[in-house]
Design a protein around this ligand. Structure first.
Ligand SMILES: [Zn+2]
Length: 480
């Protein structure tokens, strides 16, 4: 260890005010370069003899250091020693050396403490504190919830609000594997051959074809395990051609359910005069609306294992078409009748304020489906969030490669196009406040209401794709 560089600035004697004026005290002013921070410090060593008899020298060291210096904490040191004053300088050197040593130790300690140690300690403490708070909060919440559960168990269940609940209903979020599994249940062969083909007949209200249609619906729904309860809503309607017998077909899962989704299409075919040159050819209305009816049957068949206890309703409206010119009285016979009936039936049973119509959360109406490259637009702002689910389902299935002949991820459902309102079987429900999602191809297929609306005009990939999209929609809506 080398001695610090000490330089004597001045030395002499001064009178000690504490004593009797005798010049008994010597002083020495030394300066040295501080080795720690390379700054010059002036240190005054004030020496005075206190007890000459015992040969002891009292020494007061006043170290005048910059206030921010590490040495400033040792600004005044007192000690005594028994050496003579002649060794004073050497002792001072040792003193300074020992101070330096202490300073280095402190600096070393300061250096060995990593700069981040203290913040780290703080972080650890903070984390521990947070953990404690979290545990305490969790325990408190668990306690509160268990108490709440007990209270909930004690209270009767909240009666459904048929007006508000439909607007707060949130869709589920099926996983990719669930979507793949559900969509894989759609069978084009079944849809085409078993479900659609028997419907490609004349189905005018009150006709034999209409009865064949109903028999087909009954047998298909009867073959399923979900537990559909099917009934016919028959009535006589006044038409420009006289009284006609109409029959809506209603299929309901869980008739006591307070609220439900209503999936619908019209089942009748328009009355179109046959061509005298080809009297055997009749209007079968493949896209209008045999395909939508077959799609509805395929949907409930594909999802059958998941529909038990679900709150869903299928309606096949009779008499959607006009017999002559479309007017408010010559059209929508079945839907007008059913909406009126449902608005008169108390629901839940015995209710004085709500009816079966209030229980319809959403009416999804399918129409004019089957032509290639269809376009479906959003018609109603209050159901736009459900239209968004159709858009999302199309995109999702496209990305998963589950749609065929589908070049763009958003081909069918467009929210940015306005095609205007279309009068259809939803109108009597819409007028009574039922939220509607109208899935009708606009522009209409070019062969609409012509003898050309036949099976060979139906684009199989489009129908299969749309059925898959509706599977995803139902899976989300019903949280399957
Ligand atoms: Zn039509």
């Amino acid at each position: 260890m080398s001695l610090p560089k000490l330089t004597a600035l001045s030395e002499g004697r001064y009178p000690s005010p504490a004593w009797d004026g005798e010049l008994r005290t010597s002083f020495l002013i030394l300066s040295y370069e501080h080795r720690l921070d390379n700054r010059k410090h002036t240190i005054i060593f004030d020496q005075h003899r206190q007890d000459a008899n015992q040969g002891r020298i009292g020494l007061t060291l006043v170290m005048k250091c910059p206030p921010d210096s590490l040495l400033s904490s040792f600004s005044t040191m007192c000690f005594s020693f028994q050496e003579t004053a002649s060794d004073f300088l050497r002792l001072c050197c040792h003193f300074v050396i020992s101070r330096e040593h202490n300073m280095r130790s402190m600096r070393h300690k300061a250096r060995t403490v990593r700069p981040c140690d203290q913040p780290q300690m703080c972080r650890v403490r903070l984390m521990l504190l947070c953990l404690c708070v979290l545990v305490a909060t969790t325990l408190t919440l668990a306690l509160l919830l268990s108490n709440q559960q007990k209270i909930d168990l004690d209270l009767p269940p909240r009666p459904p609000d048929l007006f508000k609940d439909k607007f707060s209903h949130q869709p589920g979020k099926p996983t990719v594997s669930q979507v793949k599994r559900l969509v894989s249940q759609v069978r084009w062969g079944r849809l085409w051959y078993s479900l659609l083909r028997p419907l490609l007949i004349e189905r005018q209200p009150g006709s034999r074809g209409s009865r064949v249609f109903r028999k087909h619906i009954f047998s298909q729904l009867d073959s399923l395990s979900a537990g559909w309860s099917v009934e016919v809503d028959s009535f006589i309607g006044v038409t420009p051609r006289g009284p006609v017998s109409f029959s809506n077909v209603l299929a309901v899962l869980d008739p006591t359910a307070p609220r439900r989704l209503l999936l619908a299409c019209h089942c009748d075919s328009k009355s179109i005069p046959t061509d005298p040159g080809d009297p055997q050819k009749v209007f079968v209305g493949a896209s209008d609306s045999a395909v939508p009816c077959a799609m509805m049957l395929e949907l409930v068949t594909a999802l059958d294992p998941h529909l038990k206890f679900q709150k869903q309703m299928l309606v096949f409206f009779d008499g959607g078409e006009a017999f002559e010119q479309w007017t408010p009285t010559d059209s929508l016979y079945g839907s007008r009748h059913l909406a009126d009936q449902m608005s008169r039936i108390p629901h839940p049973q015995g209710s004085e304020h709500t009816t079966l119509l209030n229980a319809v959360d959403l009416l999804v109406l399918l129409d004019l489906i089957g032509a290639p490259e269809p376009l479906f637009v959003n018609h109603f702002e209050n159901t736009a969030r459900w239209f968004d689910r159709l858009i999302a389902a199309e995109k999702k299935l496209h990305k998963l490669g589950l749609l065929s002949s589908h070049p763009n991820e958003q081909s069918y459902f467009r929210k940015d196009v306005d095609m205007g309102l279309v009068e259809d079987d939803h109108v009597p429900f819409l007028q009574r406040g039922v939220p509607v999602l109208h899935m009708i191809a606009t522009p209409f297929p070019s062969f609409m209401h012509t003898m050309e609306d036949t099976a060979d005009k139906i684009h199989s990939h489009t129908v299969e794709n749309l059925t898959k999209i509706l599977v995803v929609f139902l899976a989300e809506y019903l949280k399957l």
